[in-house]
Design a protein around this ligand. Sequence first.
Ligand code: SAH
Length: 342
Amino acid sequence: MVDIKSMTPEELAVWLKELGEPAFRAKQIFKWLYRGAASFEEMTDLPRALRQKLEEESLLAPPEIARKQMSKLDGTVKYLWELADGSCVESVLMRYRHGNTVCISCQVGCRMGCAFCASTIAGKVRDLTPAEMLDQVLFTQIDSGVPVSNIVLMGIGEPLDNFDTVMRFLTLVNNPDGLNIGMRHISLSTCGLVNEIDKLAQYELQLTLSVSLHAPDDETRSRIMPVNRSVGVEKLLETCRRYFEKTGRRISYEYAMIDGVNDADWQADLLARRLKGAPAHVNLIPLNEVEESPLRPSRRVAAFQKRLEGHGITVTVRRKLGGDIDASCGQLRRKAMKEEPL
Ligand code: SAH
Protein backbone atom coordinates (compact mmCIF):
# COMPACT_ATOMS: atom_id res chain seq x y z
CA MET A 1 0.00 0.00 0.00
CA VAL A 2 1.15 3.50 -0.83
CA ASP A 3 0.84 6.30 1.74
CA ILE A 4 -0.61 8.69 -0.81
CA LYS A 5 -0.93 11.72 1.47
CA SER A 6 2.76 11.62 2.38
CA MET A 7 3.68 12.12 -1.30
CA THR A 8 4.59 15.35 -3.06
CA PRO A 9 2.61 16.13 -6.26
CA GLU A 10 5.70 15.21 -8.29
CA GLU A 11 5.95 11.81 -6.61
CA LEU A 12 2.25 11.33 -7.04
CA ALA A 13 2.60 12.02 -10.78
CA VAL A 14 5.38 9.42 -11.10
CA TRP A 15 3.36 6.84 -9.21
CA LEU A 16 0.24 7.51 -11.29
CA LYS A 17 2.28 7.12 -14.44
CA GLU A 18 3.32 3.67 -13.25
CA LEU A 19 -0.38 2.91 -12.89
CA GLY A 20 -0.86 4.07 -16.47
CA GLU A 21 -2.62 7.31 -15.57
CA PRO A 22 -2.01 10.76 -17.07
CA ALA A 23 0.11 13.18 -15.02
CA PHE A 24 -2.63 15.80 -14.67
CA ARG A 25 -4.49 13.47 -12.33
CA ALA A 26 -1.79 14.12 -9.72
CA LYS A 27 -2.83 17.74 -9.24
CA GLN A 28 -6.50 16.79 -9.11
CA ILE A 29 -5.90 14.19 -6.43
CA PHE A 30 -3.51 16.43 -4.50
CA LYS A 31 -6.19 19.12 -4.33
CA TRP A 32 -8.81 16.68 -3.07
CA LEU A 33 -6.45 15.45 -0.39
CA TYR A 34 -5.87 18.99 0.85
CA ARG A 35 -9.59 19.68 0.85
CA GLY A 36 -9.77 16.94 3.46
CA ALA A 37 -11.36 14.20 1.36
CA ALA A 38 -11.98 11.23 3.63
CA SER A 39 -12.24 8.69 0.80
CA PHE A 40 -11.44 8.33 -2.90
CA GLU A 41 -15.16 7.93 -3.52
CA GLU A 42 -15.55 11.65 -2.86
CA MET A 43 -13.16 12.55 -5.69
CA THR A 44 -16.00 12.85 -8.15
CA ASP A 45 -14.02 14.29 -11.05
CA LEU A 46 -11.88 11.14 -11.25
CA PRO A 47 -13.04 8.20 -13.37
CA ARG A 48 -14.68 5.50 -11.30
CA ALA A 49 -12.07 2.92 -12.34
CA LEU A 50 -9.26 5.16 -11.08
CA ARG A 51 -11.02 5.78 -7.78
CA GLN A 52 -11.30 2.04 -7.34
CA LYS A 53 -7.65 1.53 -8.18
CA LEU A 54 -6.62 4.18 -5.66
CA GLU A 55 -8.80 2.54 -3.04
CA GLU A 56 -7.00 -0.76 -3.61
CA GLU A 57 -3.46 0.53 -3.90
CA SER A 58 -3.20 3.33 -1.37
CA LEU A 59 -3.95 4.36 2.17
CA LEU A 60 -6.25 7.22 3.07
CA ALA A 61 -7.25 7.33 6.70
CA PRO A 62 -7.96 10.78 8.14
CA PRO A 63 -7.82 11.01 11.92
CA GLU A 64 -10.97 11.15 14.00
CA ILE A 65 -11.61 13.72 16.68
CA ALA A 66 -11.49 11.72 19.92
CA ARG A 67 -11.81 14.79 22.14
CA LYS A 68 -12.06 18.51 21.60
CA GLN A 69 -11.74 21.22 24.22
CA MET A 70 -12.45 24.88 23.64
CA SER A 71 -11.21 27.63 25.88
CA LYS A 72 -13.80 30.18 26.84
CA LEU A 73 -11.04 32.59 27.75
CA ASP A 74 -9.18 33.02 24.47
CA GLY A 75 -10.60 30.76 21.77
CA THR A 76 -7.82 28.19 22.05
CA VAL A 77 -8.99 24.81 20.77
CA LYS A 78 -7.34 21.56 21.68
CA TYR A 79 -7.85 18.40 19.64
CA LEU A 80 -7.13 14.83 20.58
CA TRP A 81 -6.91 12.87 17.32
CA GLU A 82 -7.40 9.16 17.06
CA LEU A 83 -5.23 7.72 14.29
CA ALA A 84 -5.93 4.68 12.15
CA ASP A 85 -4.17 2.31 14.57
CA GLY A 86 -5.98 3.69 17.61
CA SER A 87 -3.02 5.81 18.79
CA CYS A 88 -3.83 9.33 19.93
CA VAL A 89 -1.98 12.62 19.50
CA GLU A 90 -2.81 16.24 20.26
CA SER A 91 -2.85 19.55 18.41
CA VAL A 92 -3.68 23.00 19.70
CA LEU A 93 -5.09 25.92 17.73
CA MET A 94 -4.04 29.28 19.15
CA ARG A 95 -5.18 32.66 17.97
CA TYR A 96 -2.61 35.40 18.00
CA ARG A 97 -2.74 38.86 16.55
CA HIS A 98 -0.05 37.87 14.05
CA GLY A 99 -2.03 34.87 12.83
CA ASN A 100 -3.68 31.61 13.73
CA THR A 101 -1.17 29.05 14.85
CA VAL A 102 -1.51 25.32 15.14
CA CYS A 103 0.82 23.37 17.40
CA ILE A 104 1.20 19.80 16.21
CA SER A 105 2.67 16.49 17.39
CA CYS A 106 5.28 14.47 15.53
CA GLN A 107 5.39 11.23 17.53
CA VAL A 108 3.01 9.12 19.59
CA GLY A 109 4.61 9.77 22.97
CA CYS A 110 8.25 10.71 23.35
CA ARG A 111 11.45 8.97 24.43
CA MET A 112 13.39 12.02 25.62
CA GLY A 113 12.32 11.72 29.26
CA CYS A 114 12.20 15.40 30.32
CA ALA A 115 11.14 15.53 33.97
CA PHE A 116 8.52 18.27 33.55
CA CYS A 117 6.80 16.97 30.43
CA ALA A 118 3.57 14.96 30.27
CA SER A 119 4.25 13.62 26.76
CA THR A 120 7.15 11.43 27.77
CA ILE A 121 5.71 9.69 30.84
CA ALA A 122 4.74 6.50 29.01
CA GLY A 123 7.63 6.68 26.50
CA LYS A 124 7.44 6.63 22.72
CA VAL A 125 4.97 4.36 20.97
CA ARG A 126 5.90 5.22 17.37
CA ASP A 127 6.81 7.97 14.93
CA LEU A 128 4.05 9.73 13.03
CA THR A 129 4.01 9.67 9.22
CA PRO A 130 4.19 12.89 7.18
CA ALA A 131 0.49 12.42 6.36
CA GLU A 132 -0.41 12.15 10.03
CA MET A 133 1.42 15.39 10.76
CA LEU A 134 -0.16 17.13 7.80
CA ASP A 135 -3.65 15.93 8.75
CA GLN A 136 -3.38 17.66 12.11
CA VAL A 137 -3.00 21.00 10.34
CA LEU A 138 -5.61 20.25 7.67
CA PHE A 139 -8.33 18.97 9.95
CA THR A 140 -7.76 21.61 12.60
CA GLN A 141 -8.38 24.13 9.85
CA ILE A 142 -11.38 22.29 8.44
CA ASP A 143 -13.04 21.54 11.78
CA SER A 144 -12.50 24.99 13.28
CA GLY A 145 -13.17 26.96 10.10
CA VAL A 146 -10.17 29.08 11.09
CA PRO A 147 -7.46 29.50 8.43
CA VAL A 148 -4.07 28.49 9.80
CA SER A 149 -1.15 30.71 8.90
CA ASN A 150 1.53 29.45 11.30
CA ILE A 151 2.69 26.04 12.43
CA VAL A 152 4.72 25.18 15.49
CA LEU A 153 6.27 21.75 15.94
CA MET A 154 5.94 21.84 19.71
CA GLY A 155 3.36 19.17 20.41
CA ILE A 156 3.98 15.60 21.50
CA GLY A 157 7.34 14.14 20.46
CA GLU A 158 10.81 15.27 19.45
CA PRO A 159 10.83 16.51 15.82
CA LEU A 160 14.53 15.86 15.27
CA ASP A 161 14.06 12.28 16.49
CA ASN A 162 11.74 11.82 13.47
CA PHE A 163 13.93 13.81 11.11
CA ASP A 164 13.05 12.51 7.63
CA THR A 165 9.34 12.61 8.32
CA VAL A 166 9.54 16.17 9.57
CA MET A 167 11.53 17.26 6.50
CA ARG A 168 8.94 15.72 4.22
CA PHE A 169 6.15 17.32 6.21
CA LEU A 170 7.81 20.72 5.76
CA THR A 171 8.02 20.18 1.99
CA LEU A 172 4.34 19.26 1.87
CA VAL A 173 2.99 22.23 3.84
CA ASN A 174 5.21 24.50 1.79
CA ASN A 175 3.68 23.39 -1.51
CA PRO A 176 1.67 26.16 -3.21
CA ASP A 177 -1.01 23.67 -4.26
CA GLY A 178 -1.24 22.38 -0.72
CA LEU A 179 -1.26 24.58 2.36
CA ASN A 180 1.26 27.06 0.99
CA ILE A 181 2.64 27.88 4.44
CA GLY A 182 6.09 29.46 4.16
CA MET A 183 9.09 28.45 6.24
CA ARG A 184 9.09 31.80 8.02
CA HIS A 185 5.72 30.86 9.45
CA ILE A 186 7.00 27.61 10.93
CA SER A 187 8.82 26.97 14.22
CA LEU A 188 10.51 23.74 15.14
CA SER A 189 11.28 23.02 18.77
CA THR A 190 13.95 20.56 19.86
CA CYS A 191 15.32 19.33 23.17
CA GLY A 192 18.74 19.74 21.54
CA LEU A 193 19.86 16.76 19.43
CA VAL A 194 23.16 18.20 18.23
CA ASN A 195 23.85 15.91 15.25
CA GLU A 196 20.41 16.58 13.87
CA ILE A 197 20.72 20.35 14.45
CA ASP A 198 23.89 20.22 12.33
CA LYS A 199 22.06 18.18 9.72
CA LEU A 200 19.13 20.61 9.67
CA ALA A 201 21.52 23.54 9.25
CA GLN A 202 22.63 22.11 5.89
CA TYR A 203 19.15 22.72 4.45
CA GLU A 204 19.39 26.43 5.34
CA LEU A 205 15.67 26.67 5.95
CA GLN A 206 14.10 29.96 6.96
CA LEU A 207 12.10 28.39 9.77
CA THR A 208 12.60 29.38 13.41
CA LEU A 209 14.56 26.90 15.46
CA SER A 210 13.59 26.82 19.12
CA VAL A 211 15.90 25.04 21.50
CA SER A 212 14.49 23.84 24.81
CA LEU A 213 17.33 24.85 27.06
CA HIS A 214 15.64 25.13 30.48
CA ALA A 215 18.94 25.44 32.37
CA PRO A 216 22.36 27.01 31.70
CA ASP A 217 24.36 24.58 33.86
CA ASP A 218 24.93 20.89 33.23
CA GLU A 219 24.00 19.77 36.72
CA THR A 220 20.50 21.22 36.51
CA ARG A 221 19.93 20.47 32.85
CA SER A 222 21.00 16.84 33.20
CA ARG A 223 18.68 16.50 36.16
CA ILE A 224 15.59 17.62 34.26
CA MET A 225 16.59 16.65 30.70
CA PRO A 226 18.31 13.25 30.26
CA VAL A 227 19.41 14.27 26.73
CA ASN A 228 21.94 16.57 28.42
CA ARG A 229 23.78 13.69 30.05
CA SER A 230 25.57 12.75 26.82
CA VAL A 231 25.97 16.23 25.32
CA GLY A 232 26.32 19.13 27.74
CA VAL A 233 25.18 22.73 27.51
CA GLU A 234 28.46 24.00 26.10
CA LYS A 235 28.46 21.65 23.13
CA LEU A 236 24.76 22.32 22.53
CA LEU A 237 25.32 26.09 22.44
CA GLU A 238 28.34 25.66 20.15
CA THR A 239 26.10 23.69 17.79
CA CYS A 240 23.51 26.48 17.99
CA ARG A 241 26.12 29.06 17.08
CA ARG A 242 27.11 26.97 14.08
CA TYR A 243 23.45 26.75 13.12
CA PHE A 244 23.16 30.52 13.22
CA GLU A 245 26.32 31.00 11.17
CA LYS A 246 25.05 28.63 8.49
CA THR A 247 21.43 29.79 8.31
CA GLY A 248 21.54 33.39 9.54
CA ARG A 249 18.47 32.62 11.63
CA ARG A 250 18.35 33.75 15.23
CA ILE A 251 17.65 30.90 17.63
CA SER A 252 14.92 31.05 20.20
CA TYR A 253 15.68 29.42 23.55
CA GLU A 254 12.83 28.05 25.59
CA TYR A 255 13.13 28.16 29.33
CA ALA A 256 10.34 26.67 31.46
CA MET A 257 10.54 28.34 34.85
CA ILE A 258 10.61 25.73 37.62
CA ASP A 259 10.44 26.68 41.28
CA GLY A 260 13.78 26.26 43.04
CA VAL A 261 15.33 24.35 40.12
CA ASN A 262 16.35 26.78 37.37
CA ASP A 263 15.09 30.17 38.53
CA ALA A 264 18.01 31.51 40.63
CA ASP A 265 19.80 34.77 39.85
CA TRP A 266 23.08 32.96 39.28
CA GLN A 267 21.38 30.88 36.61
CA ALA A 268 20.16 34.02 34.84
CA ASP A 269 23.71 35.40 34.98
CA LEU A 270 25.22 32.17 33.66
CA LEU A 271 22.59 31.91 30.92
CA ALA A 272 23.34 35.45 29.76
CA ARG A 273 27.06 34.74 29.75
CA ARG A 274 26.65 31.54 27.77
CA LEU A 275 24.38 33.11 25.15
CA LYS A 276 26.80 35.93 24.38
CA GLY A 277 28.30 35.89 20.92
CA ALA A 278 25.28 35.08 18.76
CA PRO A 279 21.86 36.72 18.52
CA ALA A 280 19.44 34.90 20.76
CA HIS A 281 15.96 35.27 22.09
CA VAL A 282 14.92 33.73 25.39
CA ASN A 283 11.31 32.70 25.82
CA LEU A 284 10.43 32.16 29.47
CA ILE A 285 7.57 29.69 29.87
CA PRO A 286 5.57 29.60 33.09
CA LEU A 287 5.66 25.88 33.97
CA ASN A 288 2.43 24.02 33.35
CA GLU A 289 1.90 21.71 36.26
CA VAL A 290 1.81 18.04 35.36
CA GLU A 291 -0.08 15.84 37.80
CA GLU A 292 2.58 13.10 37.86
CA SER A 293 5.45 15.51 38.53
CA PRO A 294 6.55 17.15 41.79
CA LEU A 295 7.91 20.20 39.91
CA ARG A 296 6.12 23.47 40.55
CA PRO A 297 5.94 26.76 38.63
CA SER A 298 8.51 29.38 39.58
CA ARG A 299 7.40 32.56 41.34
CA ARG A 300 10.43 34.43 40.03
CA VAL A 301 9.56 34.80 36.34
CA ALA A 302 9.53 38.61 36.36
CA ALA A 303 12.73 38.86 38.42
CA PHE A 304 14.50 36.35 36.16
CA GLN A 305 13.37 38.25 33.08
CA LYS A 306 14.64 41.53 34.51
CA ARG A 307 17.98 40.01 35.39
CA LEU A 308 18.45 38.64 31.87
CA GLU A 309 17.42 41.95 30.34
CA GLY A 310 19.97 43.64 32.55
CA HIS A 311 22.58 41.61 30.69
CA GLY A 312 21.23 42.78 27.33
CA ILE A 313 19.35 39.58 26.44
CA THR A 314 16.06 39.78 24.52
CA VAL A 315 13.44 38.08 26.66
CA THR A 316 9.74 37.39 26.30
CA VAL A 317 7.41 35.59 28.66
CA ARG A 318 5.04 33.17 26.99
CA ARG A 319 1.45 34.17 27.41
CA LYS A 320 -0.57 31.33 28.81
CA LEU A 321 -3.38 30.35 26.45
CA GLY A 322 -6.14 27.88 27.14
CA GLY A 323 -5.70 28.09 30.89
CA ASP A 324 -9.14 26.55 31.43
CA ILE A 325 -8.44 23.50 29.23
CA ASP A 326 -5.58 20.99 29.34
CA ALA A 327 -3.58 23.08 26.93
CA SER A 328 -0.17 21.92 28.03
CA CYS A 329 1.25 19.39 25.74
CA GLY A 330 0.55 15.73 26.29
CA GLN A 331 -1.91 16.31 29.10
CA LEU A 332 -5.07 15.50 27.22
CA ARG A 333 -3.58 12.30 25.82
CA ARG A 334 -2.47 11.26 29.34
CA LYS A 335 -5.91 11.94 30.69
CA ALA A 336 -7.58 9.94 27.94
CA MET A 337 -5.10 7.07 28.43
CA LYS A 338 -5.99 6.88 32.09
CA GLU A 339 -9.71 7.09 31.48
CA GLU A 340 -10.16 4.22 29.04
CA PRO A 341 -12.15 3.68 27.01
CA LEU A 342 -12.06 6.89 25.00
N1 SAH B 1 10.53 17.80 21.95
C1 SAH B 1 10.53 19.17 21.58
C2 SAH B 1 9.16 19.75 21.30
C3 SAH B 1 8.02 19.39 22.20
S1 SAH B 1 7.84 20.18 23.75
C4 SAH B 1 11.27 20.00 22.60
O1 SAH B 1 11.74 19.44 23.58
O2 SAH B 1 11.46 21.19 22.40
C5 SAH B 1 7.53 21.89 23.44
C6 SAH B 1 8.03 22.78 24.55
O3 SAH B 1 7.23 22.67 25.74
C7 SAH B 1 9.45 22.45 24.98
O4 SAH B 1 10.18 23.61 25.20
C8 SAH B 1 9.21 21.72 26.28
O5 SAH B 1 10.37 21.71 27.06
C9 SAH B 1 8.08 22.52 26.85
N2 SAH B 1 7.34 21.86 27.92
C10 SAH B 1 7.08 20.55 28.10
N3 SAH B 1 6.39 20.33 29.22
C11 SAH B 1 6.18 21.54 29.79
C12 SAH B 1 5.52 21.99 30.97
N4 SAH B 1 4.95 21.13 31.81
N5 SAH B 1 5.50 23.31 31.23
C13 SAH B 1 6.09 24.18 30.38
N6 SAH B 1 6.71 23.83 29.25
C14 SAH B 1 6.78 22.53 28.96
